[in-house]
Design a binder for this molecule. Structure first.
Ligand code: UDP
Ligand code: MG
Length: 310
């Protein structure tokens, strides 16, 4: 019998756990000829998320729980889940039911047709702030301009993937995995599956601006070295500008166009401009070096404190 594995990360989701488990289980039970497992990852929540998960896992053997020693972030949680899956086909989804589990049977049909990555593409997004929508849009367009692989717009981590693909992603040695980028980067038969993203079932978003910014930077920096080139371009531009200023000052001196307080404006402009560019360059290079440093240290992306039913 074939098996479906679900990977669901949770961070402070006590209001959502039970409903999530019920809805998902209802859907999975109705799919014929498939066994299933649900892997919940407790990403260091300090509320009752883990207690509720433990209770569920005690009565249902299809439920497996991985609990982290602290919060390592959404991408780490999903990465951990992927390491433990045993199914032939894997679904990654959020706990808050923004990605409706009722779509799974239909996505499964696409998988049976031979698609290996069926990624959810949001047709609409309900209940999200204008700020979130705008930043998401800006993020995807920047990412696609900068990055060397095409990363589909309006795509989160909700997707169904074949075992083969998960094995490939698991075997990649990098630590800071930007999963939605990697799942696009690996290739295979991909299908965009359009759906309407629902409102969060309960609770607040666990992705405040800081975390979103980190995700965006991870995405851009792990898929592109273009920011470094842009820095180079800015450097060249600033050199050209300083030449133009030089020539302008010479000409205005020779032809007595006007008598600026000698040099003040141009010096101030040049200094601030160059200072800015140098700082941006150092920052950019620093970001890459920081990431290289992280990879070299070879620390794990997450620490598992406890597993249940595994
Ligand atoms: N999440 C997590 N660790 C974190 C932040 C979020 O495991 O540090 C989980 C969260 O519980 C949810 C999913 O990642 O299942 C997506 O988070 P959320 O719904 O808050 O993000 P949004 O939909 O607002 O982008
Ligand atoms: Mg959500």
């Amino acid at each position: 019998m074939k098996k479906i594995s679900l990977v669901i990360p949770m961070y402070y989701e006590e209001q959502v756990v039970e409903e999530c488990y019920n809805r998902v289980t209802k859907v999975l039970k109705e799919i014929q000829d498939y066994e299933y497992e649900i892997i919940f990852i407790n990403d260091g929540s300090k509320d009752n998320t883990l207690d509720i998960l433990e209770r569920i896992a005690k009565i249902d053997n299809n439920v497996k729980v991985i609990s982290f020693s602290r919060n390592f972030g959404h991408q780490a949680a999903v990465t951990a889940g992927l390491k433990y899956v045993t199914g032939d086909v894997i679904v990654i989804m959020d706990a808050d039911l923004q990605d409706p589990p009722e779509l799974i049977p239909d996505m499964l049909k696409e998988w049976e047709k031979g698609y290996e990555v069926i990624y959810g593409k949001r047709k609409s997004r309900k209940g999200e702030s204008v700020f979130k929508l705008l930043t998401a849009k800006a993020f995807y367009s920047t990412l696609n301009k900068l990055s060397d692989v095409e990363i589909p717009k309006d795509t989160g981590d909700f997707r169904m993937v074949d075992r083969k693909v998960v094995d490939v992603v698991n075997s990649l040695p990098e630590h800071n995995k930007f999963l939605r980028g990697l799942f696009s980067w690996v290739g295979f038969e991909q299908l965009a599956y359009e759906y309407d993203r629902k409102e969060r079932f309960a609770g607040k978003t666990k992705y405040p601006f800081g975390k979103m910014l980190k995700l965006a930077l991870d995405g851009i920096l792990s898929f592109s070295t273009k920011p470094l080139k842009i820095v180079g371009g800015l450097g060249i531009l600033s050199v050209i500008i300083s030449f133009v200023i030089l020539i302008y000052s010479l000409l205005s001196y020779i032809f007595k166009w006007n008598s600026l307080t000698p040099g003040w404006t141009s010096i101030m402009c040049t200094i601030t401009f160059l200072g800015g560019i140098i700082l941006i360059s150092v920052w950019m290079i620093g970001e890459y070096i920081g990431r290289i440093y992280d990879e070299v240290k070879n620390r794990p992306q997450y620490i598992v404190k406890k597993t249940i039913n595994i």
